[in-house]
Design a binder for this molecule. Structure first.
Ligand SMILES: Nc1ncnc2c1ncn2[C@@H]1O[C@H](COP(=O)(O)OP(=O)(O)O)[C@@H](O)[C@H]1O
Ligand SMILES: [Mg+2]
Length: 271
């Protein structure tokens, strides 16, 4: 069984079938209004892929559609070759998909330990073992296991949310803006931790506002615009693509440089 393979670091394997594939997805919330207008996405085993794009492009909607939280009107989602389109979230968790939403991703009145119990409730006998693995990954959580999640900082809450999703040992992890609202130092930690989780063999789809940092660490990136794929390429290629810089990275780069205090804003190339 591949799930029990102890090999530690896994390099992405793009020669075979994708682990997760979305083809021509059309999805939306209100009748007659489509937010996704034909999205494609392939996640190969071992990959970390990034999805960037302007606000309102449909990035969160895409993750929700993959996780059965938004009705897919046409198109298909497959996991390991099996069709999972519109399958319920709890069934997807059982099949090895984990999701960390952008907002409200912890139970604030529950303790850290209880939050992680919720994450692993489908396999209670594994709790102690998985909890220890999560404490290895996020030592702060172990020290504070009895603390209510609502009293934690943004960075700590993000750790709880990620750990909760990891309790079920997913093969695919969907992360919606894990660095949002964090200080630059905490953002860096989040990116490094995401990469580390990926290196343990978890294939990851990460949506990010911090586009440059995301493209630096991901194997491949997708630019989503108006519910469609605008560009797809290896992360570093996208970062250096003049069209992508002009349309999607110019102003963001200026924001990031200002926020970090790293020199003058970058002027986007004029059209
Ligand atoms: N629950 C919802 N009901 C109706 N419309 C929604 C809902 N959530 C998001 N939308 C709309 O879907 C579009 C895409 O939103 P979203 O996927 O959150 O974009 P992104 O994550 O790229 O910023 C926006 O126009 C937004 O207003
Ligand atoms: Mg979003």
């Amino acid at each position: 069984m591949t799930t029990t393979d102890p090999s530690p670091a896994t390099a992405p394997r793009r020669d075979g079938e994708p682990l997760l594939r979305a083809s021509d997805l059309v999805a939306g919330y209100l009748p007659g209004v489509n937010i996704l207008n034909g999205c494609d996405l392939d996640l190969y085993p071992g990959e970390l892929i990034g999805i960037i794009g302007p606000n309102g492009a449909g990035k969160s909607t895409l993750l929700k559609a993959l996780f059965g939280l938004v009705n897919v009107r046409s198109g298909t989602v497959t996991l390991g070759g099996d069709e999972i389109t519109n399958m319920r979230a709890d069934a997807l968790v059982h099949r090895g998909v984990g999701f960390v939403p952008q907002n409200n991703n912890v139970f604030p009145t529950l303790t850290i330990e209880e939050n992680l119990q919720m994450g692993g409730f489908q396999r209670p006998k594994k709790f102690a073992e998985r909890f220890e693995a999560m404490v290895d990954l996020f030592p702060t959580l172990g020290d504070r296991r009895k603390q209510r999640a609502g009293s934690l900082s943004g960075g700590e809450r993000q750790m709880v949310a990620m750990a909760r999703a990891l309790m079920m040992e997913p093969s695919v992890l969907l992360l919606d803006e894990p660095s949002a609202g964090l200080s630059p130092v905490r953002q860096d930690e989040t990116f490094l931790r995401t990469r580390r989780i990926n290196k343990t063999g978890v294939s990851i789809v990460m949506v990010e506002q911090n586009a440059r940092r995301c493209l630096q660490i991901c194997d491949r990136g997708y630019v989503l615009d108006q519910g469609r794929n605008a560009y797809t390429a290896p992360g570093r290629e996208l970062m250096n693509d003049p069209k992508v810089i002009e349309l999607y990275l110019g102003t963001l780069a200026a924001d990031v440089d200002n926020a970090d205090g790293h020199g003058a804003p970058t002027t986007p190339p004029t059209a």
